[in-house]
Design a protein around this ligand. Structure first.
Ligand code: GLN
Length: 304
């Protein structure tokens, strides 16, 4: 497959979409980002890498981090985790609290904000220095020791984070948070603030594409079946109330973030990361989704 040529075609064909949508303005630091940027990187399991545009520029990975947090949490907690978080798509936006009251504080899945906060709380129960140990795991996954939290983004999100604060309060009320809620929010926002490039993300997601090989990064280990299940949750819940549309258009398990990044995998073949800050109304990158749709259409490679 000539991925290099396909990437060039994709770049030309996404140009008509370049002014659609806007960056995440509800996080003041992200509102300052130049929205007109695009990068993409494919890493194949046979060791090749193909990139396009600003593939080495770090950006705020936001909710893509929830995949890494789930992986770490599954290592510590195993199937006990599913007593505190579900694994069903929510059909609601990433920050919705509407189901949380109806379902008595058990979030639908680990990728909506409420679920990620429960995961954050569980990690805090297992880790002595949560921020440090979590960052070390992400650095191992992408093989880049320079990955950092962006403190400014985390603080700016906390300042306007009324809905996330409401969410963690509701979770605490229902007894699904053990730790101090302010501390949970702080760690959650820091995770979301991690900056990575498409190159870093593609490398990190290769471990999920490669689910037949051992997943072992530092002390964090998962079985092939656990990695397969993380991929299943990406497929069903990775794009919130646009998960069906993403399956329909792209047909790969993936995860988006409001920084404009999307990481996806083709199991046993490749991982791909794409970034463009302009988002659609559901909080997913306009050009990112289009680029991935073109990738799986042109290559005729998707899980379906
Ligand atoms: N930090 C963001 C939030 O909590 C993450 C949301 C996202 O990327 N979808 O609102």
């Amino acid at each position: 497959m000539d991925y290099k040529k396909i990437l060039e075609e994709i770049y030309n064909e996404i140009q008509p979409y370049k002014e659609i949508g806007q960056q995440a303005t509800y996080i003041p630091e992200l509102a300052k980002i130049n929205p007109d940027q695009f990068g993409m990187c494919i890493d194949s399991l046979d060791g090749k890498s193909y990139s396009l545009g600003q593939s080495d520029k770090p950006f705020s990975i936001q909710s893509i981090v929830k995949v890494f947090a789930l992986a770490m949490c599954l290592h510590f907690e195993g199937d006990k985790l599913w007593q505190r978080v579900g694994k069903e798509p929510s059909g609601t936006s990433f920050n919705s609290v509407v189901l949380l009251e109806m379902e008595k504080g058990i979030p639908r899945n680990p990728f909506i904000n409420a679920g990620a906060m429960v995961i954050t709380d569980i990690l805090m129960d297992h880790l002595k220095n949560p921020e440090e140990q979590f960052l070390a795991f992400v650095q191992e996954l992408c093989g880049n020791k320079n990955i950092r939290y962006n403190e400014k983004v985390a603080v700016s999100e906390r300042e306007k984070g009324y809905l996330n604060a409401a969410t963690v309060n509701l979770l605490k009320y229902y007894g699904n948070i053990n730790n101090d809620i302010e501390r949970v929010l702080q760690f959650y926002f820091r995770q979301c603030s991690i900056e990575m490039s498409c190159t870093d993300l593609a490398r990190a997601f290769l471990a999920f594409a490669n689910h037949h090989s051992p997943f072992r990064f530092g002390e964090i280990q998962l079985s092939s079946s656990q990695v397969k299940r993380i991929n299943a949750i990406m497929q069903t819940c990775g794009f919130y109330d646009e998960a069906g549309e993403f399956s329909f258009l792209v047909g790969l398990p993936g995860k988006s973030g409001v920084g404009g990044g999307i990481a996806a995998i083709y199991p046993s073949r490749y991982s791909v990361a794409v970034w463009s800050p302009r988002l659609n109304p559901k909080g997913n990158s306009v050009m990112g989704i289009k680029a991935l749709e073109l990738l799986t259409t042109k290559t005729e490679e998707s899980i379906f």
